[in-house]
Design a protein around this ligand. Sequence first.
Ligand code: MN3
Length: 201
Amino acid sequence: MAFELPDLPYSHDALAGNGMSKETMEYHHDIHHKAYVDNGNKLLADSPHKGKSLEEIVKATYDPSGVPQSGLFNNASQHWNHCQFWEMMGPGNSSMPSELESRIKDAFGSVDKFKEEFGAKGAGQFGSGWVWLVVDGGELKITNTANGINPLCFGQTALLGCDVWEHSYYIDFRNKRPAYLSNFLDKLVNWENVAERLSNA
Ligand code: MN3
C-alpha cells in the first residue's frame, strides 16, 4: 500500500490567527510532509514491507539500537507523525473535555503543570524530534523522541504530539522553540481529538 499525502483537515490559513501561518503550512505540509511520502514510496517499492499498513511498517522497521534508523523507517515514521500532528491541531480554540482534564490532573497535578512539563520536554529535546503525551501501560506520560521515532516504537498510544523540528516553527517563531511550544498548547491543540484518542486507548 503506497503512502499518500492527506489533505490538511482545515485550510492552510486556518491556524494563522493562532500562531501557525499559511506560509508554515505551505512549507510544512506541502513540501516537508510530501517529501516523506515521496521518499518513503521510493524505498517501499523494493521493500518486503510493501503490503503492510503504515503503522505496521513503522513498528517493523524500527531498530532499537539503530543510530541512524533506516531510510524507510525515517520516512514512514515521519509520515505517520505528521498525519497525527495535523489532526491534533485545529482552528477552534477548543477547551479540554472533562474526562481528559481529570486524567491530566491525576497524572501531572494540574493542567498548568502538564503544560510546563510538556513544554520543558519539547524545549529540552536536543536537535530534531517530537514531544508526546502518551498512554503507556494505562498511565499518562510525557516523552520526547529524536528525529522520526514515535510512541508506536514503544507500544505506547500517542494522545498528543508536537513537532520540534525547526521547520515547524522557524517561520513563525524563529529560534524561539519554547514560545512555539506554549503557543501550541494554549492556542493550537484540538483537545477533542486528544480526548478521543484517550477514549480509544
Ligand atoms: Mn515536521
